[in-house]
Design a protein around this ligand. Structure first.
Ligand code: EPZ
Length: 454
C-alpha cells in the first residue's frame, strides 16, 4: 500500500487544469451499452474507478481502448469504446464490490438487451448505499426484477413471445435523503429506449446528470428538463454513437479551492466548472476566501483564481442535493474550518455517517464535537503533524489538506492512499507543482530497498 508524507506550512501557489469528472464519466461510460455504434469520450482522467469500469465493460462485451493524455496538465485522455458482444450481461460481485457505480450498467443493459444481472453493490465507509430507488424506477418501466444470491436479476417481459421493450411511465425517484444521482442516471438511460414517454419526478439535478442527458441527446435520445427535478424522456428505437467531452470535475476543483484556502495560497484553476460550484464558492466567500473568474467565459470551463489569507471566518454549512452544498466536499471544507477563527457548524444530510475523517483530524489537534449528523468545529490556531488513516475517497483528500497546513516536528503520514487514487489523478504531483512538500511512498518498493540484515 502507498502512503503520503507531507511537511505542512507552505503556501500553495500556481496553476492547475481541472480534469474530467469521475462522477460524470462513470454513467457516461455505461451508456455505451445503449448502442452498438462507435462511442468516444474525451477528457477522461486516469483514475482507479474508471479503470475498474473499463474492466467491467470489457466483461460485458465492450471493446475499450484508452489513449493516455501526454501532458499532466491536460483535462484527460480519450476512451474509444464499442459494444461488440451482447451475450455477456453479468456484472460480477468481484468487480462490483470494488466500485459500486457498477450499478449504472443495469439500466442501459436492461433497456437494450432485455435482461441484466448485476451484483448488489455492498455498503462502503460512508454508508450502506441502498439501490432500492433504482429498482423502483426500473420496475415502474415494466422490468421484472428479483434479487437472488446477492445479484439483481432484471428482465423485460416478452411481448407475444418476442423480446419486449420497457414501457414509458411516470416515476418518482425521491427517497428519505432527496433524490438519487446514479438512480436517476439508470432510469433516464433506460427510458431512452423505452416505448412511449417517461416522466421522472424528483430527479437528481446534479451537473453529472445534465452532462449524461446532453450526451444521450447527442446519441438521438429525446430528453428535456434535465437539471430540474422533472425530466421527460420520449423513448426512441435506437441510439447512435457519439464523441463527447466529459464535463470538468467540480469535486476535484472544490478540493483544490480548499487547498488554497487552508494554506493561505493563491491558485489559478483552468477548466474550472464555477457554474457547478456556487454553493461551495458561497461558503468559501463567507469564510473570507476571494475567487475571481471571467464572467464572459464558459462557466463550466472557466479560469478561476482563488486567494486566501491566514484569517478564515467560521460558517454554518449543511450538505444537500445539488444545487445545495455537495456532500462530496464536506470533509474537505471541514479540514479548512479547523483553522477558522471561531466555531463552525457542519451538518451532513446525505450520508449521515460520513464522518470517519473526524477522529483522524482530532489526531492532528483539531477540536471537533460530533452530535449525530452535526459536527461543531472549534477553530484552533494550528494543526500538528501526525500519522493518520484514510478511510474513503474524500476523507483521504481532507487529511491531505490538513497535512498541507499542519506545522511541527515530522511529517503528516497519510496511510492507505489507494482510496485517493479512486478520484484524484496524480494528486501528489499536482500538489508538488503548487509548492507542497509531499511525497508518495510505495511501501512495497520501500521494503525491497530497505537495507538487508547483515
Ligand atoms: C453519487 O453517488 C456520487 N457517486 C457520490 O460521490 C455522491 O456522494 C452522491 O451521488 C451524492 O451526491 C457517483 O456519482 C459515482 P445517491 P450515488 O444515490 O448516486 C440514498 C464520491 O465521493 N439512496 O445520490 O450512489 C443514499 O443512501 C462519491 O465521488 C437510497 O436511499 O448517491 C444517500 O443517502 C461518494 N436509495 C442518498 O440517497 C437508493 O436507491 C443519495 O445517494 C439510492 C440512494
Amino acid at each position: 500500500m502507498d502512503r503520503f508524507e507531507i511537511k505542512g506550512g507552505n503556501r500553495l501557489a500556481g496553476r492547475l487544469t481541472i480534469k474530467g469528472s469521475k462522477n460524470a464519466a462513470l454513467p457516461l461510460m455505461c451508456a455505451v451499452l445503449l448502442t452498438d455504434k462507435p462511442f468516444v469520450l474525451r477528457d477522461v482522467p486516469e483514475l482507479a474507478d474508471l479503470s475498474n469500469m473499463e474492466r467491467l465493460l470489457r466483461e460485458l462485451g465492450v471493446s475499450v481502448t484508452r489513449e493516455i493524455a501526454e501532458d499532466i496538465d491536460s483535462p484527460g485522455g480519450v476512451l474509444r469504446m464499442q459494444t461488440v458482444d451482447e451475450t455477456l450481461s453479468h456484472a460480477r460481485y468481484d468487480i462490483v464490490r470494488t466500485m459500486r457505480a457498477s450499478i449504472s450498467t443495469l439500466g442501459p443493459m436492461l433497456a437494450r438487451r432485455g435482461h441484466a444481472r448485476v451484483s448488489l453493490p455492498g455498503g462502503c465507509a460512508i454508508g450502506e448505499r441502498p439501490v432500492d430507488i433504482h429498482l423502483r424506477g426500473l420496475t415502474a418501466l415494466g422490468a421484472d426484477i428479483i434479487v437472488d444470491q446477492g445479484d439483481i436479476i432484471a428482465k423485460v417481459p416478452l411481448a407475444h413471445g418476442k423480446p419486449g421493450r420497457l414501457k414509458g411511465a411516470r416515476v418518482f425517484l425521491g427517497g428519505p435523503f432527496g433524490s438519487t444521482v446514479l438512480g436517476t442516471a439508470n432510469v433516464m438511460s433506460a427510458a431512452t429506449l423505452a416505448e412511449g414517454t417517461t416522466i421522472i419526478e424528483c430527479a437528481a439535478c446534479e451537473p453529472e446528470i445534465v452532462d449524461l442527458a446532453n450526451m444521450l441527446n447527442a446519441m438521438g435520445a429525446r430528453i428535456t428538463g434535465h437539471g430540474s427535478p422533472r425530466i421527460t424522456i420520449e423513448g426512441v428505437r435506437e441510439l447512435k454513437g457519439v464523441d463527447h467531452r466529459v464535463i470538468a470535475d467540480r469535486i476535484e476543483a472544490g478540493t483544490y479551492m480548499c487547498a488554497a484556502a487552508i494554506t493561505a495560497g493563491d491558485i489559478t484553476l483552468d477548466n474550472c466548472p464555477v457554474d457547478a460550484l456556487m454553493a461551495h464558492m458561497d461558503r468559501l466567500h463567507h469564510m473570507g476566501v476571494t475567487m475571481q473568474w471571467d464572467a464572459k467565459a464558459d462557466p463550466m470551463r472557466a479560469t478561476c483564481r482563488i486567494k486566501a489569507s491566514r484569517l478564515l471566518k467560521p460558517i454554518e454549512v449543511t450538505t444537500q442535493p445539488h444545487p445545495g452544498f455537495p456532500t462530496d466536499l464536506q470533509a474537505q471544507l471541514m479540514a479548512v474550518l479547523c483553522l477558522a477563527e471561531g466555531n463552525s457548524v457542519i451538518t451532513e444530510r446525505i450520508f449521515t455517517e460520513r464522518f470517519l475523517h473526524v477522529a483522524e483530524l482530532g489526531r492532528m489537534g483539531a477540536q471537533l464535537y460530533r452530535q449525530g449528523s452535526t459536527v461543531i468545529v472549534s477553530g484552533v490556531r494550528k494543526l500538528t503533524p501526525a500519522p493518520v488513516m484514510a478511510s474513503d475517497l474524500r476523507a483521504s483528500a481532507c487529511l491531505i489538506l490538513a497535512g498541507l497546513a499542519a506545522e511541527g516536528n515530522g511529517p503528516t503520514v497519510i496511510n492507505r492512499v489507494y482510496h485517493l487514487d479512486r478520484g484524484y489523478e496524480k494528486m501528489e504531483l499536482r500538489l508538488q507543482s503548487l509548492g507542497a512538500d509531499v511525497v508518495r511512498i510505495n511501501e512495497r518498493e520501500e521494503a525491497t530497498l530497505a537495507p538487508g540484515v547483515a
